[in-house]
Ligand binder design. Structure first.
Ligand code: SF4
Ligand code: FES
Length: 364
């Protein structure tokens, strides 16, 4: 970072409370090496982190995982975030969260729930999740969330097997009385990279989906917000990943290492600091990993002199590394990247191999 670059305040904190998860989704974006239960931060440390986050300017905390409900102290952590003045969003698979527990979370101050649903129809949804009964449980949980009066977002992860059913997914989100549905195309990090060819939609599917989403937005305007972006490998320009590295958000992994993004540990040589040894404000300002790609001084051409560099920040550092071996390279999703043809070629590779599910040996 240069003296010219401003140190922004983070607005969002992704708190990965655990990597444990009962589902086995083939598109899991968590790292290949998961943190063990024994290394997870304890309740008191998470409570301190919530207070430090609020003092640093964070407005929203996303309680995530893995499956955050695998933590028995989820209500205490939620209460700590609420008392610190943070808006609390639970990102859950819905499995392992009983009606009694979601009610306890509501009582602890939970504001919003985001439930991921794998498809608009049961058989396919359970197949993708690798868990029989997941779809039914998610639907019951959504109903309970709305009965309690919390806002609900339905997160639909889209790929080749379900991209033709976007309409059914939006209908389901409406039936569940969600205020927002996120059509989130699979991103190829972590475990998802193993299943890239099995998950990759065709260009024709992506084009049809884009038209569907536009029609559905017009049809349901005022009833539900439909969020969708063009998937990375089929886009002309990259996404402004997290609104820029070390600029608007931070991520704390289950053992307390603070990362600029959930995938940052794939980049070799970065030095991450832990909330076990440092205050969050110190980490945000001074941890070497946060300063590695702040601002624009680190950029190579074509990003360095590009008019869009303050809009997309050169794309995603993790994706640049995963696809080129150089974390400073222009994200090859960008059509101005000299390596863009590589992405075009990968987007054209589809195979029908069975999913490599991410089942953990001791999920709960
Ligand atoms: Fe963004 Fe870099 Fe591509 Fe310009 S060259 S559009 S800054 S990724
Ligand atoms: Fe790490 Fe995009 S996921 S910068």
């Amino acid at each position: 970072m240069t003296a010219k670059d401003t140190l922004h305040r983070p607005l969002g904190l992704l708190a990965e409370l655990t990597h444990r998860c009962p589902l086995g989704c083939p598109y899991c974006s968590n790292p290949l090496a998961l943190e063990s239960r024994d290394d997870e931060l304890d309740t008191a440390t998470w409570a301190r982190v919530m207070r430090e986050a609020a003092a640093l300017g964070v407005l929203q905390v996303h309680l995530s995982g893995g499956e955050p409900a695998a933590r028995r102290d989820l209500a205490e952590i939620t209460a700590a975030a609420h008392h610190a003045g943070l808006y609390t969003n639970l990102i859950t698979s819905g499995v392992g969260l009983t009606d009694a527990r979601i009610t306890a979370l509501y009582d602890a101050g939970l504001d919003h729930v985001q439930i991921s649903i794998q498809d608009g129809e049961e058989k396919s949804a359970d197949h993708i999740a690798g868990y029989r009964g997941a779809f039914a449980r998610k639907n019951e949980l959504a109903a309970q969330v709305r009965r309690l009066g919390m806002l609900l977002t339905v997160n639909m992860v889209v790929h080749r097997a379900n991209i033709e059913r976007i309409e059914a997914m939006v209908e389901l989100a409406l039936a569940l009385d969600a205020s927002r549905v996120e059509i989130a195309h699979v991103q190829y990090y972590g475990w998802a990279l193993k299943n890239r060819a099995a998950l990759m939609p065709t260009r024709a599917q992506v084009e049809r989906a884009r038209t569907f989403v536009e029609d559905l937005r017009a049809q349901h305007h005022g009833r539900i917000v439909i969020d969708a972006v063009v998937p990375d490998y089929h886009a002309r320009y990259p996404k402004p990943c997290l609104g820029g590295w070390g600029r608007r958000s931070l991520n704390i992994n289950p053992s307390g290492r603070v990362l600029p993004c959930h995938a940052a540990e794939v980049i070799p040589g970065l030095e991450f600091w832990s909330v076990r040894e440092h205050a969050l404000a110190d980490i945000w300002a001074n941890a070497p990993a946060f300063n590695a790609f702040r601002g624009t001084a680190w950029m190579q051409e074509p990003c360095a002199s590009c008019a869009r560099r303050d809009q997309d920040f050169g794309g995603c550092r993790c994706q640049a590394f995963l696809l080129t071996g150089d974390a400073r390279a222009t994200d090859p999703v960008c059509e101005l990247s000299p390596r863009h043809t590589q992405v075009v070629e990968l987007a054209a590779i589809q195979d029908d191999a069975p999913y490599d599910y991410r089942h953990q040996r001791s999920p709960a």
